[in-house]
Design a protein around this ligand. Structure first.
Ligand code: MN
Length: 252
């Protein structure tokens, strides 16, 4: 991933869950959208890694999604084996929503192990899910992944205002999407994020924009919408997002 000449930033997209995965990668390359292709299992990461070995704008992240931990916790060994291949990790985290609460203890064990492995390795950048569990996610990050050992980007953050302040104190970044802008709590969250910690994402294909599945290129108009909602000049905000990405990627 490079920050030079980029038009948009999609820091959380499931490129491999679209029907046309390789074409999608090429679309991001052509349109110069810096895209983090997150994955849901270490097994799925392997094809992502192969397809992004020589891409300029697309990077693959090694993930173990909290919603899949109940079935896929046994892939933690593969996660550990693949971790040296990438500096990007995600989608990982916790999900205490009704459907996934049953595996919460197991999710906590897996996420703790992932944070510890990342801290040992150093220099990793993580895209983190925290549905109904922002406090617990932050407790684990604070305990296991100090700032000098890695960076956390909270994806689609839906915690409270005080949890958001705590995340900022812990040095977290936030990737925001179009769906967040469609609800009043989401809008308040977006408005409270410090400008220097803001990134954009689609979370495609799980988010729709005007009835169509979101694609990485949609982050260009998302940046303009954000500028309007936050009262900034669109070009200034675009530069800020790119600067934020550069700073994040400069983590060593
Ligand atoms: Mn996701």
């Amino acid at each position: 991933m490079t920050a030079d000449d980029i038009r948009g930033v999609d820091f959380h997209c499931h490129l491999d869950l679209y029907p046309d995965f390789p074409a999608n990668i090429q679309e991001c390359e052509r349109a110069s959208i810096a895209t983090l292709a997150v994955t849901t299992t270490p097994k799925a990461y392997q094809r992502n890694e192969a397809l992004t070995r020589s891409t300029v704008h697309v990077r693959a992240a090694l993930g173990l999604h909290p919603q899949l931990v109940a079935q896929r916790a046994d892939e933690l060994g593969l996660f550990e084996k693949l971790l040296p291949c990438t500096r990007y990790v995600g989608e990982v985290g916790l999900d205490a929503g009704r459907q996934h609460y049953g595996s919460f203890n197991q999710q906590t064990e897996v996420f703790t192990a992932i944070l510890q492995l990342c801290a040992q390795a150093g220099g990793k950048i993580l895209s983190v899910h925290s549905i109904r569990s922002a406090g617990q996610v932050l407790n684990l990050v604070e305990k296991h992944l100090p700032l000098e050992r890695g960076r956390v980007v909270l994806h689609w953050f839906s915690g409270s205002a005080s949890e958001l302040r705590r995340a900022v104190e812990l040095g977290c970044y936030f990737s925001v999407n179009t769906a967040m802008l469609s609800t009043p709590p989401g809008q308040s969250t977006v408005a409270a994020i410090p400008l220097d910690k803001l990134l954009t994402e689609t979370d495609g294909p799980f988010v729709q924009i005007a009835g169509k599945v979101a694609r990485p290129g949609d982050t260009v108009s998302l940046a303009s919408t954000l500028a309007e909602k936050l009262g900034h000049d669109p070009e200034d905000l675009r530069s800020q997002l790119i600067l934020n990405l550069q700073r994040l990627l400069a983590v060593s």
